[in-house]
Unconditional design. Structure first.
Length: 165
């Protein structure tokens, strides 16, 4: 919300400048006029300062609204994307989200990481074969999850080199 005190400060400073201007009209002494001019300039500077502050706050609020609108749009897009997937068991105790057949279109069949899905990200799992032919692992390149679909972890298996959050 715009800081009302910044706007009130601007109005007050402008009112003070107007009062000083009215007082100057009746003056005939050059010294008194000079003194009032200095007062007037100070009031004008105060009004400008308050106006700049209010404008700065307004710009900050506009940027904040823009960020919130983007966040809402991203959430709506993710909600629509989520509807294309359903939880599937790849093997006993190993789950990922699979694209629904009716939503697939021209895309190849694929799975996305369940952990990333819960955090609002779509990360397609990539198949790796480790210890040639012994283990088939679906790897999430985003969070580093290793889902052993065939076989099991062997001490020689390297953890995927996925980027960590």
């Amino acid at each position: 919300m715009v800081d009302i005190s910044a706007i009130a400060g601007t109005v007050s400073a402008l009112k003070g400048a107007m009062d000083i201007s009215k007082a100057m009209i009746g003056l005939h002494d050059a010294q008194a006029i000079q003194s009032k001019i200095i007062e007037l300039n100070a009031q004008i500077l105060e009004a400008q300062s308050s106006a700049f502050l209010a404008n700065e706050e307004r710009s900050t609020l506009i940027e904040h609204v823009r960020q919130l609108e983007k966040e809402v749009a991203d959430l709506k897009a993710w909600e629509a994307e989520k509807q294309r997937y359903q939880l599937a068991e790849l093997t006993t105790g190993v789950t990922a989200y699979a694209i629904k057949e009716e939503m697939r279109g021209a895309e190849p069949s694929h799975h996305i990481c369940a952990s990333c899905y819960q955090e609002g990200h779509k990360s397609i799992l990539q198949r790796e074969i480790r210890n040639p032919g012994m283990a088939h692992v679906d790897v999430c390149q985003r969070c580093g999850s290793d889902l052993y679909v065939i076989g099991m972890r062997h001490p020689d298996h390297k953890k995927s080199t996925a980027s960590r959050r």
